[in-house]
Design a protein around this ligand. Sequence first.
Ligand code: CO
Length: 149
Amino acid sequence: MKLGRLNHIGVATPDLDASIAFYRDVMGASDITEPFVLESQQVRVCFVNTPGEVNASGATAGTQIELLQPTAADSAVGKWLEKNPLGGQHHICYEVPDIHVAKAEFEAMGKRVLGEPRIGAHGTLIIFVHPKDMGGMLTEIMETPKGAH
Ligand code: CO
């Protein structure tokens, strides 16, 4: 495993609109994406873009805050919020060049990968690795979007 860019920090919230207002009004975020529903993870999600350096192709690559509001109480994020009613840091996400290679490497190290690679909120393949094998942090691994950075 070769550690890639810190793509985003996943933050669960019981109220997405209130969290958007918080990042805009308290934290001064000026670039927040429109919320959308990600059915596969039963969440309503949007991204707070933090400033990043402009790369060669003119795009910025700042780390994001991924705001997640569950759309069902019995979903993974819904159950997490039941134990953490204020919300807060839910997972952390690193990029890798190839998700299948990363999955095989984690498994070879005895880490529990949760499910098969699937399309995440950025439209690229992701996996999650069990927090008990990752120093207490639910860890998302995501394939770097083609043409990004
Ligand atoms: Co995420």
